[in-house]
Design a protein. Sequence first.
Length: 368
Amino acid sequence: MKNIVLQRKIAVRCWNVLGTVARASKRPELMPVLLRARERSQTTAEDVAEHLFFEQRSRRVVAERMLRIAAAYDLLAENERRFSLTGAGLAALTSQQVFVPERGSWTIWASNDPLLGFPVLRVDRWSEPTAFDELRGNNKEVEREFVTVPRTLRGAVGRVASLPSADGGHLRIDELDDKAETVEAEDDVKVVWNVGESKLRLDGSLRGARVNTVLDAPNITPEDAWQQLLESANLWPRWDRARNALLVGFEETKERERESLLRDLVIDAPSIGDVGEFDAVTIQDVPLAARTPTDAGHWAAWRLQTRLRDYATSERFAEWAKEATAPFASYRISVPTRAELARDAWARRGERPSPIAWHLTAAEDWSL
């Protein structure tokens, strides 16, 4: 089956909201502390000062501070001044990255498009405009809309993801306030799904920031996708799986299709299961086959007629007839003989015989 590329613009919404966002960063000074906690199951300020700084008394305060920083980032858990490694701490050791939480105001772009595994597309720091800024902007008070934080954002809390915007990086939303301000998204983002290659790409921009990233493609085989596309166009009953061809009537075809037995198939509203609907798509070079023996007969006869461009000697006519009927081998059809075509062409010659009439009649009369 030909490769199919589906695309659509995704619906993006944007909010200003208070919350805690943790971004991944390199914190190499914390790694030895985490490693010590893993080796010992538990560690203390005295232990870190002695074994990492080699000075238990003078470095104890520094060791205590580093342990508490790690605990603040949820990398260590404290119990009676003893610190043990958490799951987040183990993950930090593995990735050599630490998620540093920051409480503040954020602008968050998100989409609930079913093709996205993670709804958040971009997160920026945001500052509340001053009264002077608002007056300078429009010289009048701007009406602001506050809503309950939508489920789309709530579902992203606690999950780690790599954002698709150019400056995204790895991020985790730890907490969001109950209310958010709805703002203009200024978006132009689409998903492009290469079905045959099982590749999904997000492309476009969010408030001027470039978006171009590869995502996990849906777990749908090209064969299943093709069936669902044809079903959305009410064409699946006409797909011959044995021949991998679309069954069509002769009168439904255009001249180019009659010769090539291929069609550029337009599907106006392609839809695939839970993934949803896409923009209209043209699938090039879809194989065609005759729907009935009658269609096959008309089709072969037309193909034979188009080959009558020279004197129809017996050898040439046999070759043309073979070419004309070759695509319809599964049907028992025959095409008119040279003598039948010559008689018909001469009977319809009018005052001035056509070149085809001459090519047929002369070859037949002269037994060429």
